[in-house]
Write a protein of this length. Structure first.
Length: 139
């Protein structure tokens, strides 16, 4: 069995962003040479997420509105975590809802997706560098 590991770095210019990283993951798969196996993609920061869904602008807008209703950024004084001097308690909660990682099957050298599926990096406390781990195992 072969193993491949790579870190991808992102810096979202805004506090919350959804970035389609499917092409980067496909490039990692190509570099790995693995034809049958699994791809793990996970956010390595506790205020970011990796998830699979449709690449549709209206859906991404709706995610932002929904997440802000679930865990509003303001008032920052409403969160005990922010007593530490940070202002990102909401980002931790948004990450919890959206998830840490995805696993995708690799079949015949391709990401084995259902219709419309794409991989996204979700940022909830942006404006600084954060990384995503890509781990591919298989033959």
């Amino acid at each position: 069995m072969k193993s491949y590991r790579k870190e991808l770095w992102f810096k979202a210019p805004t506090r919350m962003a959804f970035i389609n990283i499917t092409s980067e993951i496909q490039e990692c798969l190509r570099e790995s040479g693995i034809k049958e196996g699994l791809v793990l993609v996970n956010a390595m920061h506790i205020t970011a997420s990796v998830f699979i869904n449709d690449d549709e602008r209206g859906l991404h807008h709706d995610y932002g509105v929904w997440l802000e209703k679930l865990a509003p950024h303001e008032p920052v004084s409403g969160y005990r975590h922010n007593d530490t001097g940070e202002d990102n308690a909401d980002a931790h909660m948004k990450r919890q809802v959206m998830g840490r990682e995805v696993v995708v099957a690799v079949t015949e050298g391709r990401l084995d997706f259902g219709p419309w599926e794409q991989i996204f990096y979700g940022e909830f406390d942006g404006r600084r560098n954060k990384r995503v781990l890509v781990k591919i195992i298989g033959e």
